[in-house]
Ligand binder design. Structure first.
Ligand code: CTP
Length: 412
C-alpha cells in the first residue's frame, strides 16, 4: 500500500457497519488517511463520534451543510481521496449507484468522483440473490467498480448464504491491490456477450444405492467464479456436483452426480468462449456399482474394483469442433505445486492452470483449503507463473474473471 494513501470511506446502513470501524483501524495502522461519510441509515449502526475518534477526522454526513461546502465541497471531498470505498454497500446504495442517483452526500460523492471505487456488499442472502441486485451488480462491474465479497456464512438475520460483508482484512487486501495498480489499471473488463462454462464441486461415484466415493470439495471456489463471471456480464452455465451451497443468482446451474454425467452436461453446454474446470472430479468410479445394497458377508470386506473416469478438462481442451478459446484447469496438489501444475498444463492441453495447495493444515484432516473460505493460488501458463497472496475465494474469483477478460484481447 503506498504510504500516505487517502481513502474516502462511505459507511452505509447495515449491521456490518461495525466492521467498518475495524477497517478504519487497519487502514490507519498502514499509514492511510481515512475520511468517512456516514449515510443517514449508517447513523443507525455506528455513531459519528466513534468513526471520528478512529479516523481522527471530522465525519461528513450532511450534503447541505454550509460549513462543509465552504471548507470542502462534496466534489472536492470525493476527489481528494486516492480511492473511494463503500463498506457496507447495502442493496439500497448499490441500486442508487447503478442508477446514478445523487440524493445525499454519499451518492453525490460517488457520482462526482474521478477515482476508482471499491464496494463491499452486505445484505440478507435473498436480497443479494435477487435478480435486481444481481443486475445492479453487473451494471456496477460494467462501470469499472471493484467488488470485494460478499462472503457466505451465518447471517445476523438468522439465514445462511452469501451476503456477509468481507472481513476488514480482505477489504484491506482489495484496497492494497487497487492502490498499487490504481494509476495503470483500466476499469474492470467486461465479459458481456461471452458464454462462460464452469464446473464446480465434487462428484459422487456410486458403490451401491446408498454408498458412494466422494471428496471434500465444497464448490465454493467454482461457484464464486460462476457468480463473478455473471457479475462481469457473461452468460454463465455452471455444471455442479452435489454441494451444500446455493446456485449463484442469474447463472444456469445444471446439477449432476457423477463424472460421466458432468462430462455429458459440459458437452451439451458447448460452445463456450471460456471454460473453467474447478470441479474436483473423482478420478475413479466403481467398475460395476451394485444395484442392491452390499451386505456384510461373514466379516469379509468387499473388494471394490475401480475404473478410471473420463478426464473432462482434457476432453474439452482437445475438442475438435468446440474447443473454447480459453480453457482453464485447476490443480489441487499437496506437494511440488508448480511443477505438477506445469505438467498438467501440458498433459491436459489447457491454456492456464490455477494451482492451489490442498495439503492438510490447521485443524486436522479437514482443515485444508477444501471447504475453507480463502485460497492461495498460483497462475501457471505458457507465459509464466503468477503467485497471489491468500485471498477470500470470492476475491480469487473476481480477480480470475478480470484476468480472463483481460486475456480476451488475445483469444478473440
Ligand atoms: N479434471 C477433470 N476430469 C477429471 C479429473 C480432473 O476435468 N476426471 C480437472 C479438474 O477439474 C481440474 C484438473 O482436471 O481442473 C486437475 O484436477 P486434479 O484432481 O488436480 O488432477 P488430476 O487430473 O486428477 O491428477 P492427479 O489426481 O493425478 O493429480
Amino acid at each position: 500500500m503506498p504510504q500516505g494513501s487517502s481513502i474516502l470511506l462511505i459507511i452505509g446502513g447495515g449491521i456490518a457497519a461495525y466492521k467498518s470501524l475495524e477497517l478504519i483501524r487497519e487502514l490507519k495502522k498502514r499509514g492511510c488517511a481515512v475520511r468517512a461519510i456516514l449515510t443517514k441509515a449508517g447513523h443507525q449502526f455506528v455513531t459519528p463520534l466513534s468513526v471520528a475518534a478512529l479516523s481522527g477526522e471530522k465525519v461528513f454526513d450532511d450534503l447541505f451543510s454550509l460549513t462543509d461546502e465552504v471548507e470542502m465541497g462534496h466534489i472536492q471531498l470525493s476527489r481528494s481521496a486516492d480511492l473511494v470505498v463503500v463498506a457496507p454497500a447495502t442493496a439500497d446504495l448499490m441500486a442508487k449507484m447503478a442508477t446514478g442517483q445523487a440524493s445525499d452526500l454519499a451518492t453525490t460523492a460517488l457520482l462526482a468522483t474521478d477515482k476508482r471505487v471499491l464496494i463491499a456488499p452486505a445484505m440478507n442472502v435473498r436480497m443479494w440473490q435477487h435478480p435486481a441486485t444481481q443486475r445492479n451488480l453487473a451494471t456496477l462491474a460494467g462501470d469499472g467498480i471493484a467488488v470485494v465479497g460478499p462472503n457466505s456464512g451465518d447471517m445476523a438475520c438468522g439465514e445462511f448464504g452469501p451476503g456477509r460483508m468481507a472481513e476488514p482484512l480482505e477489504i484491506v487486501a482489495a484496497i492494497e491491490r487497487l492502490l498499487d495498480g490504481a494509476s495503470v489499471s483500466p476499469p474492470a473488463p467486461s465479459l458481456a456477450g461471452r458464454h462462460v462454462l464452469v464446473t464446480s464441486g465434487p462428484t459422487h461415484e456410486p458403490i451401491d444405492p446408498v454408498r458412494y466415493l466422494a471428496n471434500r470439495s465444497s464448490g465454493k471456489q467454482g461457484h464464486a467464479i460462476a457468480a463473478a463471471a455473471r457479475r462481469a456480464g457473461a452468460r454463465v452455465t455452471l455444471v455442479s456436483g452435489p454441494v451444500a451451497i446455493a446456485d449463484p443468482a442469474g447463472v444456469e446451474t445444471i446439477h449432476v452426480e457423477t463424472a460421466q454425467q458432468m462430462l455429458e452436461a459440459v458437452e451439451r453446454a458447448l460452445p463456450a468462449d471460456i471454460a473453467v474446470f474447478a470441479a474436483a472430479v473423482a478420478d475413479w468410479r466403481v467398475a460395476s456399482a451394485s444395484g442392491d445394497k452390499i451386505k456384510k458377508a461373514g466379516g469379509r470386506a468387499p473388494a471394490l474394483a475401480l475404473t478410471e473416469n473420463p478426464d473432462i478438462l482434457a476432453t474439452i481442451a482437445r475438442h475438435r469442433q468446440h474447443r473454447p478459446a480459453l480453457v482453464v484447469g485447476f490443480a489441487a496438489e499437496t506437494a511440488n505445486l508448480v511443477e505438477h501444475a506445469q505438467a498438467k498444463l501440458a498433459s491436459k492441453g489447457c491454456d492456464l492452470i490455477v494451482a492451489n495447495d490442498v495439503s492438510l493444515t490447521g485443524s486436522g484432516i479437514a482443515g485444508g483449503v477444501m471447504g475453507a473460505d480463502s485460497n492461495a493460488v498460483h497462475l501457471v501458463s505458457a507465459s509464466g507463473i503468477t503467485t497471489w497472496p491468500t485471498l477470500g475465494k470470492d476475491e480469487v474469483a473476481t480477480r480470475l474473471v478480470q484476468h480472463f477478460a483481460a486475456l480476451g484481447a488475445e483469444w478473440t
